[in-house]
Design a binder for this molecule. Structure first.
Ligand code: FAD
Length: 407
């Protein structure tokens, strides 16, 4: 292997480059980044950057001199527009052609636009520039309508409340996050909004229209439609994986670029990592993991594959979210119809919910739990055989149990 081109200057692309260098790869590494910024971290964009606790510039993942020191030829503002695997060629928008023995697609995704008339009036939040634009409008007293109560929508609602905005959150789902976090925690998290003074509307948006200085949003279907007047609208309704290059190369694509456990796509010299990658499963594709941890791990996995090493052992899905001052971590996959095991008292704002499958720990959802959340994650990663009595007993030290499990 003499040369690798990584397409996409986000977390997964950077993770691939770092892992290649950390493993001793000394040949050419080029990182193509469509955005004008060096790779940066997205989670703070809906949290600290929006509240003003930090700036968009603070999110940069590595200092500028890291790229020279690690011989990573990063090309900002350079979008790859075509991939021709047979010729091992990547074409960029400025008309150059790069040759590489292997290509890693780390193109992530773009925020899904609101698919209703006037939907373009809604802000989206995916990039640093999106965060700067939204931040400028979230002045005290501004009326914000958040469309979608998932991770991004909920975090923006929380940040906007702390800025003194008047927030309405609309989602037709009465319990957003019930799938990934389980109904008990989802109900707790949804109630947080109301407790913070957010007006909750159980309906989808059907149209947006600018009238005078305000945006009028139509919510729900006739005859129970209502109209909300807002100064700012934010849509947080998921992402669209950026698979255009994979399609141009004829790779297998199905709501993400399909990859095996070694991150290879249907053409072995092309790998895919991060939000754009979708693992093949035995019975069809598995869900994409659109989380920070998966971006880092798949980048490391792709580097291992390229260098002929075993990819690291697969870990359970893991993500966090922060809202209204509460840190939440979800490790593992909550089984559908799983029976929750509660630890601690939700009223106290610090509790956890566990799910067992065949006597083994399948998922742990920790709310305001501090270092114990890390122990729970370790137990989930090990699919530890822990009983409900141990999990629910606050006298049992989960950190000690986690130290004892063999990984
Ligand atoms: P991306 O971050 O999307 O990066 C892909 C990059 O590739 C982009 O910069 C794009 O411009 C570039 N690109 C695309 N096509 C091309 C091309 N053809 N040529 C060149 N470049 C290209 N996860 C958590 O676990 N916890 C959180 O609390 C959390 N909070 C989040 C908050 C926000 C506001 C957002 C947006 C995401 C959050 N996430 C969180 C998710 C996490 O940030 C993503 O999973 C992660 O950024 C995915 O990284 P990626 O590198 O795969 O994709």
């Amino acid at each position: 292997l003499r040369s690798v081109v990584v397409v996409g200057g986000g977390l997964a692309g950077l993770s691939t480059c770092s892992a290649l260098r950390a493993s001793g790869f000394a040949e050419d590494v080029v990182l193509l980044a469509a955005e004008p910024h060096l790779p940066y971290d997205r989670p703070p964009l809906s949290k600290e950057v929006l509240t003003g606790a930090s700036t968009a510039a603070d999110t940069q993942l590595q200092p500028e001199d890291w790229y020279a020191a690690n011989a990573v030829d990063v090309r900002l503002g350079t979008r790859a527009v075509a991939l021709r695997p047979a010729e091992r060629a990547v074409e960029t928008a400025d008309g150059s052609t790069l040759r590489a023995d292997a290509v890693v697609l780390a193109t992530g995704g773009t925020a899904r636009p609101l698919p209703v008339p006037g939907g373009g009036l809604a802000h989206l939040l995916r990039t640093r520039d999106d965060a700067d634009r939204l931040r400028a409008e979230l002045v005290p007293g501004a009326r914000l309508l958040v469309v979608g109560g998932g991770l991004i929508g909920a975090e923006v609602a929380s940040s906007a409340v702390s800025l003194g905005c008047e927030v309405t959150l609309a989602d037709p789902d009465p319990l957003p996050l019930a799938g990934p976090a389980g109904a008990l925690v989802a109900a707790y998290l949804h109630r947080q909004h109301a407790d913070a003074g957010v007006r909750l509307v159980e309906a989808g948006v059907t149209a947006l229209e600018r009238r005078g200085g305000a945006v009028h949003a139509r919510l729900g279907a006739n005859p129970v439609a209502e109209e909300v007047e807002a100064d700012v609208v934010l849509a947080g309704i998921g992402i669209v994986p950026d698979e255009a290059l994979a399609v141009s190369a004829g790779l297998d694509v199905a709501g993400g670029v399909l990859v095996g456990p070694d991150l290879r796509t249907s053409i072995p010299e092309v790998l895919a990592v991060g939000d754009v990658a979708r693992p093949r499963g035995y019975d069809g594709p598995l869900a994409r993991r659109e989380h920070w941890d998966a971006a880092v791990r798949t980048g490391e996995g792709a580097a291992a594959t390229l260098l002929g090493a075993e990819p690291p052992a697969p870990a359970a899905p893991w993500f966090w979210t922060d809202r209204y001052g509460v840190h939440v971590e979800v490790a593992g996959t909550v089984p559908q119809d799983g029976v929750p095991v509660l630890r601690g008292d939700p009223e106290s704002g610090s509790f956890a919910v566990f799910f067992l499958e065949d006597g083994r720990l399948a998922a742990a959802v920790s709310v305001g739990r501090g270092p114990e959340a890390r122990a729970s994650r370790r137990l989930v990663d090990a699919a530890a055989a822990v009983g409900p009595a141990q999990l629910s007993d606050e006298a049992v030290d989960l950190r000690r149990l986690a130290r004892a499990v063999r990984m």
